[in-house]
Unconditional design. Sequence first.
Length: 369
Amino acid sequence: MAHAHRRAALRELLRAADLDATLVTDLVNVRYLTGFTGSNAAVVVHAGDSENDETRTRLVTDGRYTTQSAEQVPELPRVIERACAVAGVKAAVGDGVRRLGFESAQVTVDAHTGLLEVASESGGACDLVRAPDLVQSLRVVKDEEELAALRRACAAADAALADLVAAGGIRAGRTEREVSDDLERRMREHGADGPSFETIVAAGANSAIPHHRPTDAVLRTGDFVKMDFGALCDGYHSDMTRTMVLGEPADWQRELYDLVAASQAAGRAALGVDVELARVDASSRDVIKAAGRGAEFCHGLGHGVGLQIHEAPALAATAVGRLAAGMTVTVEPGVYLAGRGGVRIEDTLVVRSNGAELLTLTDRELLVL
């Protein structure tokens, strides 16, 4: 039922945009609207249809997915055709569509030329209209089914890290790659379909590289170990970063960690309905700037997370817009001292009317291993 409700919400946007229908070709958006997970598909959504009559709204996929599409999307008529976008336009033209939206941010110039040729077969009566962000504007606010999947993904990541720590898996002598592989295996053991993205394990000076990729570098006593990771459950991603230290931390390490922790707490506290995106970033960033470390916080505060690991909204100094209830975002300030080490602390949260719901529950105190 969630997919039918999402298509109904899209129809309202189509009517507001004076579109008879839209062609959805982004596979993430196809999944959002239908639940279909194949690698070749499109959806034609008609503004005039309803949840009780979707005879013109149809899924297009190829013969490899005949059985899968019937199982995953039994409620929609299907067109089995290899060239999904072309077949979608043909279907729309055949239904008398005069203004057909398309995802212009996803369609190449060459593909657009082909779609225009198909549309012109109707004698020029069907116009292709750019409609790049209609589905994305719906995806930015999560429904309860999506939030349930996000909670499962966050819980799998939390449990995997707890297991790894309890087993002594983060210790001097192991390599970054060994720790990364171990953590990803444990996320699968806790129900994840896989990692949300390539797990970051960065030890020592490598922890000062925001998106370091794990290597055979050996963890050593005295190192910061920064771990940025997430679990994938039913297509939804979690995202969390924790930074720990091997052995008794030096004064500079505690100072740096406490600064980032204070910044992250300020960012979390700033989340709320109708709060400006840039204001959330500033709330966190100002803490680090006041300590004279502003130049060493070199990325945005956070991002939306859902069917994609990075999606709208962005929490950044240049971001435009406001938060709404049901948006799911990360808050992840970091300070990076080149050649020495860095700290990032990150959580995934849901914006609520009374603040924010924390989905990643692993403690944020400095963990000394």
